[in-house]
Design a protein around this ligand. Structure first.
Ligand code: MRU
Length: 329
């Protein structure tokens, strides 16, 4: 098994695998300042909720090491991407360590280590739900590239594969940034996990034909009642899964829960540049002057979710009472 890493801490700089270039080139971006880290998050050289949180923590360390004002550093890092709560969670955690006079570098390393361990735990817990021979549909990239390692939804898929279950993965290409086509297919190919790439709109037909046994996705923010923000297209998958009686699983560490928010409507949804939709790679696919709408995430209501898999266990049919038990108040 080859362990893919999205970023590598080197003590005085952070190496970030430039995911915009994958799968064609494996190029590392050297972040020497917190501003470099902010750029890498904003421009999506690194993406995926837990990875963003880990990388931002290292950004804070770089800022402090360079003698910058901690509040200015936090403000700039927080302004990079609005939806994934892991970013805010990690920055608040590391700022607390700073305020308490603890070693911030150690704290950042711990945030990364804990994320990796949590992903491994979710993999073990979640793979129990996957039957031998299952055909799984997944969306976006939720693997080692999106986390401190192993992955959330893709981590469960990985764990199921390595436990000897003969699984098969349908990979949604995930327009417009193509995280599925470029990143998930890359991770699965590297490890020889059987898969096929599909266009996003193929999912309904596959479910109708009985070719999907489970849908497994990650999350960027989960509210108190269990509504889940994730990559645009996730909501449509949940509706299709419900219609066809297919289990719909969300895999996320407890750092992805935002207990300060009750309903999905209150989650800030990032809107990205129109250009991402109007182009496929570097090629324009629409007439000049066409306007586009590009929300990066949507919200799946708790009612459409069979279970949320966390490192602290499985939350079936999520509701506040059950979330409170696992995640705390
Ligand atoms: O825009 P991205 O690529 O950062 O979006 C990523 C996702 O939507 C993932 O599904 C989510 O962050 C969970 S990843 C472990």
């Amino acid at each position: 098994m080859s362990e893919v890493k999205a970023f590598l801490w080197k003590g005085d700089r952070l190496l970030i695998l430039d995911q915009r270039k994958l799968p064609l080139k494996e190029e590392w971006f050297e972040a020497k300042t917190y501003k470099d880290v902010a750029y890498a998050i904003k421009e999506m050289l690194v993406r995926g909720a837990p990875a963003i949180g880990c990388v931002a923590s290292y950004g804070f360390v770089l800022g402090i090491e360079a003698g910058q004002d901690p509040d200015v550093v936090i403000k700039e890092l927080k302004s990079t991407r609005p939806t994934a709560v892991n970013l805010f969670w990690a920055l608040e955690r590391i700022k607390k360590a700073y305020d308490e006079g603890r070693d911030v570098e150690k704290e950042a390393v711990l945030i990364e280590k804990e994320d990796y361990e949590n992903n491994k735990k979710m993999g073990e817990i979640g793979s129990v739900l996957i039957k031998n021979g299952a055909k799984i549909l997944t969306h976006c990239n939720t693997g080692a590239l999106a986390t401190g390692g192993w992955g959330t939804a893709l981590g469960v898929i990985r764990s199921a594969h390595y436990s000897g279950k003969n699984i098969f993965v349908w990979v949604d290409e995930t327009r417009p940034f193509l995280q599925g086509a470029r990143l998930t297919a890359w991770e699965l190919s590297k490890e020889g996990i059987p898969h096929k790439l599909i266009v996003d709109s193929c999912a309904g037909m596959l479910m109708k034909e009985g070719m999907v046994d489970a849908v497994i996705v990650g999350a960027d923010r989960i509210t108190r009642r269990g509504d889940v923000a994730n990559k645009i297209g996730t909501y449509a998958l949940s509706v299709l899964a419900k219609e066809h009686n297919i289990p719909f699983y969300v895999v996320a560490p407890t750092s992805t829960f935002d207990l300060g928010i009750e309903k999905g409507e209150d989650i800030p949804i990032e809107e990205r540049a129109e250009e991402e939709v109007k182009k496929c790679g570097y090629t324009s696919v629409s007439p000049e002057g066409t306007r586009a709408f590009n929300p990066a995430f949507d919200v799946t209501p708790a009612e459409n979710i069979t279970a949320i898999i966390t490192e602290r266990g499985i939350i079936e049919k999520p509701s506040w009472d059950k979330i409170k038990e696992r995640v705390g108040s």
